[in-house]
Design a protein around this ligand. Structure first.
Ligand SMILES: [Zn+2]
Length: 392
């Protein structure tokens, strides 16, 4: 019960294989296939369901709903949450609002009664029972509000209808031009109806159906215009470009050593051969290096370990200007901070910490065909280790 991960690591932050096999024999291969940072990177949380290891609301929701589905045989009808709620063209606040309505999470009279909280919980406008269908669609007040929304096609809502069905009916309920509002107007009107209801309840303030409709349209319009601006200025694209510049201006300096790395991977044995070679004006002939590694779970991890091993070798050789090449686009993007891969986080942290020892350093992609030397050395190293381990 008191076992910590650190109890399974050696002082130089490798796995203590004997202890791993003693305490967690059935997990030992999986554990050995994780490559902890050697440079003492801080612990952090990793979100397993995504390849990046970083949590997102969408993935969290997706995982949670999957679990719920697994637990109960009484699964939801064919309602597609992702499509009908989470991809709605509206703000995140409103998407959560839609989710709250469907999941009875709003303090509507109907829900409060179920929880035994209030005795008088009827509609603030007409004193009927306050259900979600009532407040948002069938209450005479809501009907008036919807009449003021210039919909392209009329939407027919019946009192006994389920809210989700109403949501689907409104899916294509777009506004007539010239409102500039793209996508469904539904979430904005629902929000406006909800705030009008709360204004009566908490501030004793009466808001007319026309004002409520106008507020919904105004909110939708403002949000749509803000999205337009965001696309036009496109800050993401600009940021990506500057990052890219930083990584591509450095290479190909005359006095730099070119370091080509590669890895070969044996899936059935979980082994990898790592190889690298150094060439350039400062080295009289190409310097070759290689090693083999056990417990390698993917070619990507193998490629990353090849880069780390090559940089350690470069440091020992006293090279201070280095252009590192790999034929793995994913790895180069991960090292340059363009993407994140959870299985590489520790190794990349090591690469960054080794990086500080170089005066100039770059990481670039190289086509496979231009990397044939390291490719054949990696294969040879792997082949040798596999055959020798069979013999021995
Ligand atoms: Zn009402």
């Amino acid at each position: 019960m008191d076992l910590m991960v650190s109890d399974l690591l050696t002082d130089d932050l490798n796995w203590n294989r004997a202890r791993v096999e003693k305490f967690l024999p059935e997990l030992s291969t999986k554990i050995m296939s994780l490559h902890p940072s050697r440079s003492g990177m801080e612990d952090r949380f990793i979100w397993q369901p995504l390849p990046t290891g970083t949590n997102s609301t969408r993935s969290g929701y997706f995982s949670a709903s999957k679990k719920v589905k697994e637990q109960s045989t009484n699964t939801d009808d064919n309602f597609n949450w992702i499509r009908e709620v989470w991809r709605h063209k509206c703000s995140l606040k409103l998407r959560l609002f839609l989710w709250s309505i469907i999941n009875n999470a709003l303090p509507l009279g109907e829900n409060l009664q179920k929880r035994g909280i209030l005795s008088t919980t009827n509609c603030t406008k007409c004193n009927e029972q306050e259900t979600k269908m009532h407040i948002f669609f069938t209450c005479p007040f809501a009907v008036e509000v919807w009449k003021s929304i210039p919909l392209r096609n009329a939407v027919h809502i019946a009192a006994g209808m389920d809210f989700k069905e109403a949501l689907l009916r409104f899916k294509d309920a777009v506004c007539l031009p010239p409102t500039e509002i793209v996508g469904s107007i539904l979430p904005w009107v629902l929000w406006s109806l909800w705030t009008s209801r709360n204004a009566v309840l908490f501030d004793s303030k009466e808001i007319t159906p026309e004002e409520t409709a106008t507020t919904g349209l105004r909110l939708a319009l403002e949000w749509n215009q803000a999205q337009d601006k965001r696309i036009k200025s496109n800050p993401l694209l600009g940021r990506a470009r500057t990052k890219n510049n930083r990584s591509t201006t450095a290479p190909l300096r005359n006095n730099s050593i070119s370091c080509k790395t590669d890895a070969a991977w044996n899936e059935t044995r979980n082994k990898a051969g790592l190889a690298w070679n150094f060439s350039g004006p400062q080295v009289s002939r190409t310097i070759i290096g290689s090693s083999t590694q056990e417990f390698i779970s993917s070619p990507l991890v193998a490629e990353a370990l090849a880069v780390r091993a090559a940089m350690e070798a470069a440091k020992e050789l006293g090279f201070i200007n280095l252009n590192v090449f790999s034929d793995s686009t994913t790895l180069i993007r991960a090292i340059n901070g363009r993407i994140q891969r959870k299985e590489l986080i520790g190794i990349i942290s090591d690469i960054q910490s080794i990086s500080s020892g170089f005066t100039s350093l770059s990481f670039s992609h190289i086509p496979r065909l231009e990397n044939s030397l390291s490719d054949s050395i990696a294969k040879e190293a792997l082949h040798h280790s596999v055959t020798s381990s069979v013999a021995g």
